[in-house]
Design a protein around this ligand. Sequence first.
Ligand SMILES: [Mn+2]
Length: 334
Amino acid sequence: MVVAGDVFEHNQLAPHDISQSLEAMRTIGVPVYLLPGNHDPLDAASVYTGALFTSECPDNVTVLDRPGRHEVRPGLELVAAPWTSKSPTCDPVAGVLADLPADGTARIVVGHGGVDIFVPDKDRPSLIRLAALEAAIARGAVHYVALGDKHSRMQVGSTGRIWYSGSPEVTNYDDIENDSGHVLVVDLDEADRAHPVRVEPRRIGRWRFLTLRRPVDNNRDIADLDINLDQLPDKERTVVRLGLTGSLTVTDKAALDACVDKYSRLFAALWVEDSLSDIAVIPADGEFDDLGIGGFAASAVEELVELGRSDSEDAEDARAALALLLRLADRGAA
Ligand SMILES: [Mn+2]
């Protein structure tokens, strides 16, 4: 198992984080190779050289703590490009590619950082130059490149041999990172001298961050939203941000509020995101006719309806008062 950098969020960790991480790696029983990235660089304060880490590091865990070739076994090498500070002054990967022979050894480069083709600022010194990686692959010296840093899972270039696995757990909304929460299972054919690879994602993340955008103009839309939310699995590990737009009667808005209230308790978190939402509440004709009230109370309701439909600065308060009235009359609950 290769972790291509940022194993840890930073170098200053609580002792139980270090011990529990090492224990988790020890118990999986396969060789684990850890690359220092920009969050956990091999600087003077490195977690990897601390007394606790070095004394508890199990036999199956190897820190790729020097740039260049690390033999896994005869015929198979990792080529590491560890970060030694938070701001490298040159492409950390290019240096380790320079002298690699095309000698039939299956070779996996383990690197960390942004690749130049994805960023407008090509002068950033820490950028990994794709052309150098592709040249090493083309001359048969490198057969796979495991990259870390991006939280999205993605292939880089067109060789099929350069990938970001993305973060193993989901860390943000689905419109910000793509296909996070995976590992890549890379099957490298050691028998074939060209060492072809097959790359397969496997989902291991347990969390989801969703953005649901829905029109809400009537009680059907609210019922649909309710069904959509009801059908989402693993609610206790799902965060939902709702973007709702439309115009609703006071009755329907009260039903929507009840729906949102119910699911905000069932999900890890769920709320109507103001910046994505625009809901107008407009009292409808006859909406308050069957409340079973008359006289002074009925004319107060009429007054509130008029006010709720107006552009007055009190309109929103009037609509809230009507919604409360419906809720007290037990008409607005979903
Ligand atoms: Mn990083």
